[in-house]
Design a protein around this ligand. Structure first.
Ligand code: PMP
Length: 409
């Protein structure tokens, strides 16, 4: 009998699940134009300056907000942890993957955020899923901002699979949130989830208004504070603190991959809720715990942040400098208070602008449709506390030159 082989290179793609992989997409379009700002390899990093394409590039596209990934104290802590515990915990927290550093970091984070308890996860992405999935179930309603991070969107898909109704309300719109709430049976369990600081444009959630609604309708709010922690709030304590609502927000969750100079994530809240997540969160129970090196580096970064809150002030000053100067130059930049400074241009111009900056040794992130509205492109400048004045001045000078050259300003 002839052997039946299933191959992704089959000629008849009508019933081929891999067909999409072989169909040219937007990325092929951009590559054909010779401008490709993604998957760039970094060969070495000194923080604000990295080696890309074997030349020194000033990094304005990193989430390393406090600049701690290259801090000697943080690097030494990671090295010491590898020496003591090895390179991996090789198991989930539930079984063999808990080390004393996990507990120490959880205690310090809970303390720093003035909450009763904390739980670590292995990535920020998993943290969103690990927090949301166990909280929702059949008949519940998850209200999620349309611009929430992809990790929350994907947690919403899991929630749908659990027969929860997921409602995505208009971005940062208390009016739409209220409209949606009013459509839900009043006796159904509901949960509001929002980014604290939205990752594409750096805007801050309208938390005061959301909280007023949440209080009126008796719905808990949980916040993903990936871009707020270490950036806003007293000493970098994040969005809820920024609005003086830290006691009112049920759970705050966050990644280590931004201000905490590592990889992993955490959630803080009250003891019972954290204890529940500890036992019912598949993303926690069925995944290996954060490695000794990542745990030690997040712990060391937190210690630096606690000892040197002036890093947050420096970050805010740098961000203000860049934002003000870009606005003064005439770029389309919104007012704001976070370390993400977006410039909106048309799609074609965005890639040209990115290339002109990159040719002059500056790396920024560029978002194109469908991540942005059709025809629009967003250049995301991310500022770090470790940028020196010379980096900021060079960025602004270069924007002035290329902005004029391209006729944007
Ligand atoms: N939430 C938000 C708002 C984010 O911006 C990110 C990362 N870009 C994540 C979650 C996921 O975090 P990580 O990359 O650490 O998995």
């Amino acid at each position: 009998m002839q052997k039946l082989t299933i191959t992704s290179t089959t000629q008849n793609r009508q019933y081929d699940i891999f067909k999409k992989c072989h169909t040219p997409g937007k990325s092929d379009e951009y590559k054909a134009k010779g401008i490709w700002p993604y998957y760039k390899t970094i060969y070495a990093s000194e923080g604000p300056e990295v080696n890309m394409e074997h030349r020194s590039i000033i990094m304005f596209g990193s989430n390393n907000y406090l600049g701690l990934t290259t801090h000697p104290f943080v690097k030494n802590a990671a090295a010491r942890a590898i020496k003591k515990y090895g390179t991996s915990c090789s198991g989930s927290r539930l079984l063999t993957g808990t080390i004393d550093l996990h507990i120490e970091l959880e205690n310090k984070l809970a303390n720093f955020m003035d909450k009763e308890a904390c739980l670590l996860f292995s990535t920020g992405y998993q943290t969103s899923q690990g927090v949301i999935q166990p909280l929702v179930g059949r008949g519940d309603y998850l209200l999620s901002d349309k611009d929430n991070h992809a990790s929350i969107v994907s947690a919403g898909l899991i929630a749908k699979g659990l027969n929860t109704t997921v409602i995505r309300f208009k971005h940062n719109s208390p009016a739409d949130l209220e409209k949606q709430i009013q459509k839900i049976p009043s006796d159904a369990c509901k949960l509001i989830v929002t980014d604290g600081v939205f990752s594409a444009d750096g805007s801050v959630v309208n938390l005061q208004s959301f909280y007023s609604l949440a209080e009126y309708y008796n719905i808990p709010i949980i916040i993903d504070d990936a871009h707020g922690f270490g950036v806003i709030g007293d000493g970098g304590r994040g969005t809820a603190n920024h609005f003086n609502l830290q006691d009112e927000i049920s759970l705050t969750f966050c990644t280590f991959s931004k201000s905490l100079a590592s990889i992993g994530g955490f959630v803080v809240g009250n003891k019972e809720e954290i204890e529940y997540l500890k036992h019912y969160s598949p993303a926690l129970v069925f995944s290996a715990s954060p490695s000794p090196a990542s745990t030690a580096s997040a712990l060391a970064a937190l210690e630096v942040l606690m000892k040197q809150p002036e890093l947050v002030t420096r970050l805010q000053q740098n961000a203000r400098f860049v934002r003000t100067h870009l606005i003064d130059l005439g770029f389309d930049v919104p007012e704001g208070e976070t370390a993400i400074i977006p410039i909106t241009v048309n799609e074609e111009m965005g890639l040209k602008l990115w290339q002109e900056l990159f040719d002059r040794n500056i790396f920024v992130n560029v978002f194109v449709p469908p991540a942005t509205p059709a025809g629009k492109c967003l250049i995301r400048n991310s500022v770090m506390a470790s940028h020196e004045q010379k980096h900021l001045d060079y960025l602004i000078e270069t924007y002035k030159y290329v902005g004029q050259k391209l006729g944007i300003i």
